[in-house]
Structures are given as C-alpha cells and as structure tokens.
Design a protein around this ligand. Structure first.
Ligand SMILES: [Zn+2]
Length: 312
C-alpha cells in the first residue's frame, strides 16, 4: 500500500481559512460593541444585495462606522470578528439604490481569487450572515417580525407570546467524486450549455447520515452504486447558505444512468482523458474556488496505481 502522502491530503479550500478571531466572547458585550462602533479604526464592509463593494477588483471597500452609519444607519450591523486588533463588521445596505453606492458592487465569487485567504473567508462569513438576516425577518413559527441581538448573531421573535430565538443557519450538502479504479466520474448539469463536467452534489435530508446522502445522491443523479465513502474536507459555500462536505466514493457498480433532469450527461474519465479534454476544450472543470475542483485535482495528482487508504 502507498502510505498517505502530501498529495493525498486535501488541498486548501477557498473561503475556509478561519485565521481570524470571530470574537464570539464579545458579541453580547454592549459596552465593547459601542466602543468599537465609536472607533474610527473599526472597519465596516457594506453588503449590497449580497454583493461587496470594491474600489478596484482586489481591495474590498471598508468604511469607518461613522461613515457607514451616515450612509445607511447602523441598525443592521453584524460583528464578523477581529483582524490584527481591529473589529470588522458587515452592514447590509441593500435598501439603497445603486446610484448611492460609494463603489462598484461585485459578487464574491467573481473576485474571491484575488483576495487573501483571510479576507475571502471573512467576506464569505459576511455574505452568509446577510443572506440569513434577509431570509429571517419574520418568525418561522408565528410569523411576527424578528429583531437582531448579539451583534447580529441571533434574531428573536418580537411576539411576546412566542419569543422564539433564531440562529444563523447552514444547510449541509454533500459533494462527491466517484472513483472506479483509475477513473473518476464527472457529470454535466442539464441547465448549462458549456461542457463543464463536475462532481455530484446534493443536500442532506433530515434523518440521513452524510454517507447515506452521498450514496443516495450519486444513485439518483447518475445511477451508479457506491460503497465505501471517504470524507475529504469541507468548504463554507454561502451561495446562498451551504456547507459543502466533500467526499471520494468507491463505485461498486460503474454502470451509468443519468436522471436526465438535473444531469444530462455523465462519463468516466481517466487522468489522461481529463488532460486531453482540457487541451481540446471539450472539457471544462468546475471553478478554481470550488471544493468540486479540489476533489478532482487532488485525485488527479495521485500517482497512477495509488491505493487510497480508507477507500479500498
Ligand atoms: Zn414567533
């Protein structure tokens, strides 16, 4: 058996660097929060309809709390954390019209590759929080408005009979590269026209294990039976609110039958097939920032004939 080597370890995931202090202990400290929001040194990332503002495409715009407050008020501020001693906040400014924005807005995915790991991770956190707030303005139990507490990390129902607390949500999803000997399975979504082939992904259902979700999704989408499932890595994916949990899975029956609805085409690819497909432009792999790409690339970087520990 070839022992696990550097190449068999999962490579680093975009949005997954958590090398910043999430300042959990300060979220309920009103006097600390007030002090940070009174400080010119604190930085606020405005978020407009889930997009960030950039003065150029590598530097996200930040404002002082005072400038942010003058632009949009500070009621919707969310504490993201502390970087190098400076408190960082997100502020939803979606109610402003586009002509009032102080810079150009970008989707995080279009600029993430230019950002440092830490800033990409912090903005992903901010994007996920902004989606959650917008989707939870009302109580899911009684329908009354909710109000933010704990520096934006909790919403409480304002109906005094209910007072239900709502916490930021993440939807677990599995994403899988199916492996059969020296081949891997890639599938093309029915909704896209370019030859982009990807791994198989889907949401975990209530009452289901991750491993069962992997086997079910693979069977549903491409008809392939899988046995052993090996966890690789996870990636926050706040587009809008997922946590992608990445796996390699061993095929036990390699016959493919696509569902025709979500997936229009699927095939087995050797490493050489992938190289040739990329060169001939008949194959486009998933975007660089995605765990899907990492699952494929990490497998492709294994030496021919490598035995993957845990996936025999
Ligand atoms: Zn309620």
């Amino acid at each position: 058996m070839i022992p696990p080597t550097e190449t068999t370890r999962p490579s680093k995931m975009r949005y997954a660097d958590s090398d910043f202090d999430r300042a959990v202990e300060w979220r309920e400290d009103i006097s600390w929060l007030d002090k940070q929001l009174a400080s010119q040194a604190s930085r606020v990332y405005p978020i407009w309809r889930h997009r960030f503002l950039f003065s150029d495409d590598v530097t996200p715009l930040t404002l002082s709390p005072q400038d942010a407050g003058e632009l949009a008020g500070l009621e919707r501020v969310v504490l993201l954390g502390i970087i190098e001693g400076t408190a960082r906040f997100a502020l939803d400014i979606s109610h402003l019209s586009e002509d009032l924005l102080p810079a150009t807005s970008y989707d995080l995915r279009d600029v993430a590759m230019h950002l440092s790991d830490r800033v990409a991770a912090m903005l992903a956190f901010g994007r996920g929080m902004s989606v959650w707030h917008q989707d939870h303005l009302h109580c899911g139990r009684c329908g009354a408005p909710t109000a933010a507490e704990r520096a934006g990390h909790l919403r409480r129902c304002t109906n005094h009979v209910c007072e239900r607390t709502h916490f930021p949500r993440t939807d677990p999803a599995v994403i899988t590269l199916v492996i059969d000997g020296e081949r891997c399975l890639l599938a093309k979504r029915a909704t896209i026209t370019i030859p982009r082939f990807s791994t198989v992904a889907g949401f975990v259902e209530p009452g289901e294990t991750l491993e069962d979700a992997v086997r079910r999704e693979v069977a549903e989408e491409v008809g392939v039976a899988t046995g052993t499932v090996l966890y690789r890595a996870s990636q926050p994916w706040p587009f809008p609110s997922s946590l992608m949990m990445g796996f390699w899975a061993r095929a036990t029956d390699p016959r493919i039958m696509v569902d025709g609805e979500e997936i229009s085409e699927a095939a087995w690819f050797t490493r050489a097939d992938i190289v040739q497909g990329l060169e001939a432009e008949t194959l486009i792999l998933p975007p660089e920032d995605s765990i899907s790409r990492r699952l494929v690339e990490d497998w492709r970087n294994l030496p021919e004939g490598a035995i993957i520990e845990g996936l025999e």
